[in-house]
Design a protein around this ligand. Structure first.
Ligand SMILES: Nc1ncnc2c1ncn2[C@@H]1O[C@H](COP(=O)(O)OP(=O)(O)O)[C@@H](O)[C@H]1O
Ligand SMILES: O=C(CO)[C@@H](O)[C@H](O)COP(=O)(O)O
Length: 476
């Protein structure tokens, strides 16, 4: 492998809540500098805010001496551009559910969920870009009329970095992020013009899909800009996943995913057949509700996150029979865009802050335990779970995760794995080689407790029964 000795690379995680930038030693992956800035709240955002946050995160010479950079970004967001590459309207994000009806319409018009799963690899839900484009056609035809190009958040930020000077040649994306659009198939490796036409009614310019280490361009100052990828694909790169590893990420979204050797086809729509950023596959299930269930719970109890942990750990497993269905922002998997959260089983005896805190953590994690089961149901081998994302820092999450996931859980040393994965891709792109061998340190290894099987089984059963009763969705 060509030497990267003494060189620096940068990785960006432009995620839902913030922009994080790591500057790393290209040879070892050691983080030498970092910056971050917040994104505005809301499910539609002017892409200019991502650029402002990027500039804020890199202020003060953070990128000085950096040879290559790569952007990992929140998936699926619809960024519409006019003939002058100006943004037509604020981007609709992955967690915006206004296109739920469009998803249903597209499933019917294409001939059903099975055909979507087989031909495209995903069954539309409101998160996917294709449904957002259909919504634009239905609700804002003038804006669709002005739209020439549709790109994703990481594509836009990558292009924006190159547009600082004369380095921009064309809009680009990568396999990983393209696979979350609903009009590019991980199975065939191609855009699907017929599907796009079904949604939009006319062709659009789409970003060119780069190879895993094919540069998007070079800035005037000589900075190599790598292809970038979706944030979950970035995390997979940063963690250096091995066979038998599944990742649970507890960020704004909750995701469960693993590297796989082939595309999958899940007509239930739960597991999406995404591509990874190395030329492989990344079956993934996403929920709308994860870390922010804990922040909402803490604010409801009038405590901070540390106290929420303290309370939850002071309660008995099962929270005295209190059950939370954590669909606070609606839900994507199961597909319940209009749902709200439900707290069930309240009695005078169990009405304590401790039980409420416990039910909040248990409900959020049970949603992800069901996600892991769905992944297993697609033939994905899960020998250990790597737990990442902001809420992986929670003491209560760490105490409950291995029992609920029925697997050994490794918590990698606190780090920004999306940004780290992007930096790793930048290092590989710099020298046109395979991903460098960077060490991932482990913060904690959590073993499932055999004695907890009974209480976990009771909780899982109670949660599934409640979901079936309130939402009609069968499950474990
Ligand atoms: N100790 C903690 N306990 C619970 N949640 C936490 C903790 N630390 C951070 N978080 C939550 O993690 C979330 C941010 O995680 P992150 O993975 O960066 O999200 P995203 O990538 O979606 O922007 C925030 O909602 C924050 O409140
Ligand atoms: O929609 C998905 C995956 O399909 C989400 O995982 C987004 O990619 C946002 O991620 P975070 O900002 O929560 O990390």
């Amino acid at each position: 492998m060509p030497s990267t000795h003494g060189q620096l690379v940068a990785g960006v995680d432009s995620s839902t809540q913030s922009c994080k930038v790591l500057v790393c030693d290209a040879e070892t992956g050691e983080v030498v500098r970092e910056g971050r800035a917040s994104h505005p709240d809301g499910t539609e955002v002017d892409p200019g805010a991502w650029w402002t946050a990027y500039e804020e995160a890199t202020v003060g010479g953070l990128l000085d001496g950096v040879s290559a950079i790569s952007v990992g970004g929140q998936q699926h967001g619809m960024v519409t551009l006019d003939a002058a590459d100006e943004v037509v309207r604020p981007a609709l994000l992955w967690n915006d559910t206004r296109s739920a009806q469009d998803a249903t319409d597209l499933i019917d018009e294409f001939g059903g969920a099975e055909r979507w799963a087989n031909d495209v690899g995903v069954v539309p839900v409101a998160s996917f870009t294709v449904t957002k484009l259909r919504w634009l056609r239905r609700s804002e035809p003038d804006n669709l009329g002005r739209t020439r190009t549709c790109v994703l958040p990481h594509d836009w930020l990558t292009g924006r970095i190159l547009k600082q000077g004369s380095g921009f040649e064309r809009w680009t994306t990568d396999r990983g992020d393209a696979s979350g659009t609903g009009y590019w198939s991980a199975g065939s490796g191609d855009y699907l013009p017929d599907v796009l036409d079904l949604a939009v009614g006319r062709p659009l310019d789409l970003p060119h899909v780069l190879g895993p280490t094919e540069a998007a361009g070079r800035t005037d100052s000589g900075l190599v800009v790598a292809p970038g990828t979706g944030d979950n694909m970035g995390a997979a790169l940063g963690l250096g996943l091995r066979p038998g590893d599944a990742v649970i990420s507890l960020g704004t979204s909750g995701t469960a995913f693993a590297r796989h050797d082939a595309a999958i086809s899940d007509a239930s729509g739960a597991v999406a057949s995404f591509a990874d950023a190395t030329g492989g596959f990344l079956p993934l299930l996403a929920t709308l509700n994860a870390a922010r269930v804990l922040t909402a719970g803490a604010s409801m109890l009038g405590v901070d996150l540390a106290e929420l942990d303290h309370l939850a750990l002071a309660a008995e497993p099962g929270a005295g029979g209190l059950t939370l269905l954590p669909y606070l922002d609606g839900e994507r998997t199961p597909n319940l865009p209009e749902a709200t959260g439900s707290l069930h089983g309240l009695t005078r005896a169990n009405a304590t802050p401790e039980n409420l805190a416990r039910a909040i953590v248990e409900g959020m994690l049970t949603n992800l335990a069901e996600a892991l089961d769905a992944l297993r149901g697609q033939g994905v081998r899960v020998e250990r779970v790597l737990l990442i994302g902001g809420a992986s820092a929670s003491r209560a999450v760490r105490a409950l995760a291995a029992d609920l996931f029925e697997a050994e859980v490794h918590v990698p040393a606190s780090g920004e794995y999306v940004a780290l994965g992007a930096a790793r891709q930048a290092a590989a792109t710099l020298v046109g080689s395979d991903q460098p061998d960077w060490d991932v340190r482990t913060d904690a290894v959590l073993e499932p407790n055999a004695d907890a099987a009974g209480s976990v089984g009771e909780l899982r059963g109670r949660y599934a029964d409640l979901r079936t009763q309130l939402h009609g969705i069968q499950g474990k």
